[in-house]
Structure formats: C-alpha cells, structure tokens
Design a protein around this ligand. Structure first.
Ligand code: GLY
Length: 411
C-alpha cells in the first residue's frame, strides 16, 4: 500500500468515527439554552442603550431607531424580557422586565388606537402571568376598557384607527388585541369584554377572509349601517394579495381565540388558515413579505395590480423575506399543533414550527453579539409599501420568536 493510500484510509476512518457526532442535530433543549443565552446578552445590550422613556423599534444602517411608549410596538421589548426570565429565572433580566414594563404605566392616557391591546398584553399581561403581582392589574383593567370602548355594536368590530381617510377601518392585525380582552374578562369578571372579543372575531370571519382563507388587510365599514364599504391592503403588495404578516396575525388570532374560549368555530378558522399558509411557505419556512409579490415562488402574474417598483428596490430573495411573519406563524403553529384534532395537520404544524424555530436560530437569522445593536432576529420587513423598515430587526420578530421557543418547550 502506498503511503498516500494509507493516510487516505486513516483519514476516512477518522471521518467515519467523528461524523455522527459532528452531524448530530442540536436538540430543541440545547437550542433553547443557546437562544436564551444569546437573548440575555442581546437584550441587556439593548436595554443599556435606551433612554428612560424609550423603547427599541429597530436598528437601521448601524443606528438605533427607538420609540416612545405610544408606538404600537412598545410592549414587545418588556414582553421579550419576561419570556427570557420565564425560562432562565435570571433575576437581572427580571429587573429589566419590571423596569421596562412600568415605563408603560401611562399608556392609557397616551393611547390612540387598537394597538393598546398589543402594548399592554405583551408587557403587563406577561408580567402579571409570571408574577401574580397585583400592581400590574390597574393598567390592564384600564387598557381593556379603552379597547372595548372602540367597539361599535352596529359594525360588530373594534375600530382599528381613527384616521379620517377611512370610515371605520378594521385591520386583520386587530385579532391580536382580543387576547387582552379575554384575559381581562376573566380577571375582572367582566363578561362584556369577552362578548366584544367574540363579536369582533365573528364579524372578521365573515368579512376579512376570501374563499381560500387568505385575508384582506383592511375592511372599511360604514359605521351607521355596519355594511362593508370596501376592502383593501395597506402594507401588502396589492389589494387582492396575501400580505404575509396579515396571514400570520389571522392564524395566531383564531388559534388564540379557540385556546381562550373553546369555541370550535375559531379552531376551524385557524385550521383553514393553516391549511392555506402551509403549502405556500418556502422550504425553510420563512415567508416572503407578501405571498403574491412579484419574484416570489407563488407570485401573482406580472400584470397584477400593485406596486412592483417598490418590490424591485433591491434584488435578491433573502431581502424580501419577512422573519417577523415567520416568528408569529411559528408561535401559532406550536399552539395549533396541540389543539387541532386533525392528526395530519397537527404533525405538519409541529414540523413547520420546529423548522422555522431552527432556521431563525441559525446564523442566517440570529444575530451575533452587537451585529444589530442587541436585537435577535435579522431580515424582517416592517412596511415595504411605506418603504420603511426593510430588511431590519424588529422587536415583534424577537418577541414572537422567543414566545415560539418558550411555547415549544412547554408542549
Ligand atoms: N400591526 C402593524 C403591522 O403588523 O405592521
């Protein structure tokens, strides 16, 4: 045997022996520990740079963009800290969670729209869930009353925005605000909060969804009659397209509604939305910002209405992914997989949740220290049509990613 052949054989044998260990897939427990270690580090960096009355919003071209309490995302950073505390028991992270939650103590006087549900449920809701500390209750009670005050019984929905260029706008995102009403209904023995949440969800099933269970972004109602004036998009590619994050809000919203109320019509809706979304997701599970934007594998025809010029602002498929939509879907898929009685769907939801969690926890999406200023998840799209927050980190991607990891571990 030639000396080179002998070396080649020794090398091959060594490779065969080491292969199983080096190719061994990280367990979900190991992944959770790695993600939480990363989150402790990153969220601490993020907190240290914040002014006393500020919240993280995003990080663009090496610079922080923060927000005040009034921005719809202000509850996500405290909520992320609460999830990290829930898993790690890290008392320093708990102190940051308390501090950032209490920064929202005046939110009710600052409220301007339906997003008060997001803002308070993610921060105060998690704070109360994990600590049972009653000092969190007054803000939750006042916020739920404000949100319920936006309900119009003729329409059967909570008004999303007060902009005067709409009659009575309701966006699919509003499904997410209902969780605050359902939690507070039980906490404060106030059945009307739960009735309003269910009425809103029922009206939304009727008017927001197409036959294939994709959803419109915005339905504008005539408040005096409750009739639909028109349906349109705001952040999606086209009025008839399927904006990815909107589909994620719908999936999560109806999954949550069933989990909290036990009403089977919500489970059916969530299952149908999941059956619509699952075949459209790319191999790694991270959707393009709109399922019908040109250049995506499931794009609408080139002559479809919309704004292709906006999409073409930069080329490349990764640029157009929206990791925030993936994170929200992953969290909803984890929950739906344990609620649905359809075994095949449960299997597909769990498989997709794990796939998304794994890819978001990979170097492709999970940030290195200081890479994006303390945020966790890269490559999100805030508002492509508004040319705002494109291919950046977003606090809600971090929040729902951490939630998905925590919920996956709880199954
Ligand atoms: N609720 C706003 C958004 O999803 O961008």
């Amino acid at each position: 045997m030639r000396i080179q052949d002998a070396f080649a054989k020794i090398f091959l044998a060594a490779a065969v022996i080491t292969l199983p260990s080096c190719c061994h897939e990280e367990s979900m427990d190991q992944l959770t520990k790695r993600v939480m270690d990363c989150a402790v580090r990153q969220l601490t960096i993020l907190d240290h740079h914040l002014a006393e009355d500020e919240f993280p919003r995003t990080f663009i071209n090496g610079a922080y963009l923060d927000s005040g309490a009034e921005w719809w995302c202000s509850g996500f950073f405290p909520g992320s800290l609460w999830y990290v505390y829930e898993v790690t028991g890290n008392e320093t992270i708990k102190e940051l969670a308390v501090k950032n939650t209490l920064k929202l103590r005046n939110i009710v006087s600052l409220y301007t729209d339906h997003d008060i549900g997001f803002q308070v449920n993610c921060s105060y809701g998690n704070a109360y869930r994990l600590t049972g500390d009653e000092r969190y209750l007054p803000v939750m009670e006042a916020a739920s009353a404000k949100l319920a005050g936006r309900y119009n019984p003729t329409v059967g929905c909570i008004r999303s925005w007060d902009h005067e260029w709409f009659n009575y706008p309701v966006i699919i995102d509003n499904m997410m605000n209902l969780e605050l009403l359902l939690s507070c209904s039980g906490l404060f023995r106030c059945d009307s909060l739960s009735r309003i949440a269910c009425a809103h969800a029922n009206t939304t099933i009727i008017n927001h969804f197409r036959d294939d269970f994709s959803s419109y972004h915005l339905v504008d109602y005539i408040p005096e009659s409750g009739e639909v004036d028109h349906k349109q998009t705001v952040q999606g590619f086209a009025h008839e397209s399927s904006w990815s994050r909107g589909q994620a809000w719908g999936l999560y919203g109806y999954t949550m509604m069933f989990e909290k109320t036990g009403d089977g019509s919500y489970l059916t809706q969530a299952e149908n939305i999941a059956r619509y979304i699952l075949p459209l997701l790319p191999e790694d599970g991270v959707p393009y910002w709109d399922f019908n934007a040109p250049g995506t594998p499931h794009a609408m025809p080139a002559d479809a209405p919309g704004h292709p010029a906006v999409y073409n602002w930069r080329e490349g498929e990764k640029i157009a992914r929206d990791a925030s939509a993936a994170a929200i879907m992953a969290s909803a898929f984890v929950t739906l997989s344990s609620l649905t009685k359809d075994k095949a769907l449960a299997f597909e939801c769990k498989k997709m949740a794990e796939r998304i969690i794994r890819v978001l926890a990979s170097p492709m999406y999970l940030a290195e220290v200081d890479e994006i200023g303390g945020y966790l998840i890269k490559h999100c799209v805030g508002n492509m049509q508004g040319l705002s927050e494109i291919d950046v980190p977003l606090t809600y991607a971090d929040y729902y990613f951490l939630e998905a990891v925590v919920k996956y571990g709880r199954r």
